[in-house]
Design a protein around this ligand. Structure first.
Ligand SMILES: Cc1cc2nc3c(=O)[nH]c(=O)nc-3n(C[C@H](O)[C@H](O)[C@H](O)COP(=O)(O)O)c2cc1C
Length: 341
């Protein structure tokens, strides 16, 4: 990092906040962001984040301990706000003195940000709009992630470039008088783009797709092969069938699993119609579907029927590389771009 002075300068606030060498987060990826990838990212000078997903408090407890055994550097834990045991999971993070908790999957429920702070951790929240970003900061979020629809996994409707233009000048650019900590995510495949977002006021960036197939990732070889073969246009967003069941779209590589999801939505909608399930339960069933489908592809290697969650930057993922090589390449590209200015 010492050889990238311009990048280091623009990342200094993000890196100080995270306690890492560089302000490059590897966004939590369910099943994939476990002890091996998370520790490798932090050991390479980035910031790894454990994906708690649907884990029980006991499993999270074991995963944090195992990650800590592999790295002395800081890492975070990503919790899904709709998890029924959210507050128990927050307590597990506090028990292990986890330094950063990322709240994903919706607006944090009442008391959750406070509980995280009481446990001694910093809170990072996803901000889908400028108004919500301001609200989250007022409610105590220490930093924000803005994530565009190019990303892999669950996505919002707006592109990263537009979100960055709407949010960064208002929230994070020094000339705005506001210097909130905002990380940009979604569609980042190369360092030149990182340079652009840093210049606009971002304190750092978050990538997922680019790291999913790193050497240290436990993703199944079939899952990795599917990534290496895919191009941007293969990473498509799921379609919503019925506005009564507002499911968050998911971006994944097109396969038979994409059709299974449509069938699952139809089935859950039928149960809603027959009043066999309430809306919240219906939405939770959809989330469980995704968790199971991703496991099937990422862990079991069933890349036909499982979910191959991937962002549009997947076309830039062409080979298995160590995390350190990916981080070094991103930093070198960012620095070269800044030097040319
Ligand atoms: C396979 C996969 C699984 C993901 N799972 C989660 C998750 O469990 N929780 C979450 O907050 N984000 C999840 N994400 C989003 C990433 O954390 C990250 O924000 C995103 O990948 C960044 O965009 P990019 O894919 O364009 O780099 C996932 C992304 C991928 C590719």
């Amino acid at each position: 990092m010492s050889s990238f002075p311009r990048t280091r300068h623009l990342m200094r606030r993000g890196a100080a906040f995270l306690g890492s060498e560089t302000a490059i987060l590897c966004g939590a990826m369910s099943w994939v962001s476990e002890r091996n990838l998370v520790s490798a990212i932090s050991n390479a000078g980035g910031f790894g984040v454990i994906a708690c997903g649907a884990m029980t408090p006991e499993l999270l407890d074991a995963e944090i301990a195992a990650t800590r055994a592999l790295t002395a550097r800081p890492f975070g834990v990503n919790l899904i706000t709709m998890h029924p045991q959210l507050f128990e999971l927050i307590a597990v993070c506090a028990k292990h003195a986890v330094s950063h908790v990322v709240l994903a999957g919706g607006i944090p429920p009442k008391g959750s940000v406070e509980a995280i702070k009481q446990g001694g951790a910093k809170t990072i929240c996803f901000a889908p709009t400028l108004a919500l970003a301001r609200k989250l900061l007022r409610s105590g979020a220490d930093a924000l992630v803005i994530e565009g629809m190019e990303a892999g996994g669950h996505i919002g409707p707006v592109s990263t470039s537009v979100l960055a233009q709407e949010m960064l000048p208002e929230l994070a650019a020094p000339e705005s008088g506001n210097s909130h900590l905002v990380f940009v995510a979604g569609g980042i495949g190369r360092g030149e783009l990182i340079a652009g977002y840093l210049e606009m006021g971002a304190c750092g960036v978050q990538l997922g797709t680019r790291f999913a197939c790193a050497e240290e990732s436990i993703a199944h070889p079939n899952f990795k092969k599917a990534f290496f073969r895919a191009s941007a246009r293969d990473a498509v967003a799921s379609v919503q069938l019925d506005p009564r069941l507002p499911v968050i779209p998911v971006r994944a590589l097109r396969n038979k699993g994409t059709e299974h999801f449509t069938a699952t939505q139809r089935e859950v909608m039928g149960r809603l119609d027959r009043e066999e399930v309430a809306m919240a339960e219906a939405q939770l069933q959809i989330e469980h579907y995704w968790a199971g489908a991703l496991r099937r592809a990422a862990i079991d290697g069933d890349v036909e029927n499982g979910s191959l969650m991937a962002g549009q930057s997947v076309g830039m993922v062409t080979k298995e590389e160590p995390v350190a090589a990916i981080v070094a390449e991103l930093l070198a590209e960012c620095e070269a771009a800044l030097s040319r200015r």
